[in-house]
Write a protein that binds this ligand. Sequence first.
Ligand code: ADP
Length: 480
Amino acid sequence: MTAAPEAKKRRRLTQRVQFRLVLAFLALIIALLALLNSYPVAASRDIVFSEKESSLLEQAGVLAASLAALDTLSGDGAAQVVQLLGLTGWERVMVTDAAGLVLYDTGTPSAEGRYALFAETARALGSERVFYSRFSGGAFRSSAAMPIARDGATIGSVYLSEVDSGQAEIILAFRDRLFAVSVVALAAAIALTLVFTLRLTRRITRLSEAVRTVREGNYAQRVAVEGGDELSELYADFNSMTETLQKTEEQRRRFVSDASHELKTPLASIRLLADSILGSEDIDPATAREFIQDISDETERLQRTTEKLLDLSRRDDGARGERKAVDLGRAAEATLRRLAPLAGKSGVDLRCDCAPGCLISAPEDDVYQIVFNLAENAVKYNVPGGSVDVSVRAEGGRVLLAVEDTGIGIPPEDLPNIFSRFYRVDKARSRERGGSGLGLSIVHDAVAALGGEIRVEPGEERGTRFTVSFPALDGKGAAK
Ligand code: ADP
C-alpha cells in the first residue's frame, strides 16, 4: 500500500524556485547595467583628461619657450607673445617672474603686480610641469603650469587654465541616454525573466504533480512532451518509466491471478474427489482407490506447480546458483537418460548428437532445467512414432543446443507468447500431460541469466525447433 498522499506544500515566496531565479537574474542584470552606466562615462572622461593634459602642457610649453627667448621677462612682452601665439581661447593666461610676482594675467580680476597664490605656480617655479583637471559642474576644469627656464635657471612661470563645457555636454548627454536605455532594458529584462521563470516552474510543477499521481498508484499517468530541451527529455524518461511500471504492474496482477487459478483448479478437484469418497457410504474399494489415485495425481501436479513457482520467484529475486564449467554435451546426455522412460512410454524416439568438450559457465541445476524442460516438452507434445533430436555443438565462440521434435508444433500466432508465465497453446492437452505452463518461462529466465539467447521456430517438416546459444568457455575455463 502506498502512504497517504502528501498535501501539496505551500511554500514561502523566498523558497520558490521562481523567486530565486528572478532574484539571481535581476542581480546579474542590475550589475551589468551599473557597469554599462559607469564604465563608458568614466572611460570617456579619462580620454578627455589625457587629451587635455597633452594639449595644455604643449601650449604652456610653447608659451614658456617663447617667453624664455625674450631679452627681459615683462608684462608687455608676455602680452605680445600671447597675442602673437594666438592664445585667446583660454579662461586665464598668467605669467610670473621667478619670485612669483604676476607680470601678466588675463583673469578677472587681474592679479598683475601681486604675487600669484596658485599652488600650480609655486610648483612650476620649483621647476615642475604641473597639470590638473576635474570634471564638475557640467564642465572640464583644467589648468597647467610650467617654469620659464633660461640657461638652466627658472626665470618665471606660465599658467594656463581652461573651462570646457562642450565635451562635458557630450559626455553628459551620452550618460543620460545610457541611463534611459538601461531603464528600458531593465523593465524588459524583468518582464522576460518573469515570463521565462513562470513557464519553467509551471513545467516543473506539472512533472512533480505527475510524479505524485504515480506515487498514489496511477501508473497510467503521462505528461505531454513538447519541445526538445532537457525538461522535455525528462518528461519522455518519466513517460517511459511509468510505461514500464504499468507493464510490470499488469504482469504482476496477471501472474497473481493466473497462479491463484492454477492452484485453485487442482484443489477444487481434490475437494470434489474427497467429498465424493466421504459422501458415499457404500463406495466400492476399486472406485475409492481410483478416486484416491486421482487425488494423488492432482497433489503431484500442485507440488510441481508450486516448485516451479518457487524456482521462478527465486530467479526474480536474483538468486543464482554457483557457476561451474559444464560440458553441455555430457550434461544433455545425462538429462536425456532420465527422460528415456517417458519417451519409451510415449512411443517417441529420443536421439542425441552431442559433441564432447563444449564448455559453458553455468550452475549445473540451470543446465539441467534448460535441457530437461525443452526435451520433456518435445516428448510431451509429440505423436506416437515421432522423434526428438537433441544436438550440442560449438560455433564461433558460442555453444549451441538444439531440441527439435516432430510433434504437434506451435501455431505461429502463439510463438511470441510461448515464454510467458502460464501460457499454454492447448490448456487441456498441457494439463492432461501434467504441464504447468511455467517450464518455458524457467528456461527463458535461466538462459537470459547466463547471457544466452533462445529462439523458437517451426521444425523442418513439422513439429518445433528450439535453439539456445550460450557464450562458450575454452578448455581452461575462461570465456572465449
Ligand atoms: P507446460 O508445462 O504446459 O508444458 P511450458 O511452459 O513448458 O508449459 O510450455 C508452454 C506451452 O508451450 C505448452 O503448454 C505447449 O502448449 C507449448 N509447447 C512447449 N513446447 C512445445 C513443443 N515442443 N511442441 C509443441 N508445443 C509446445
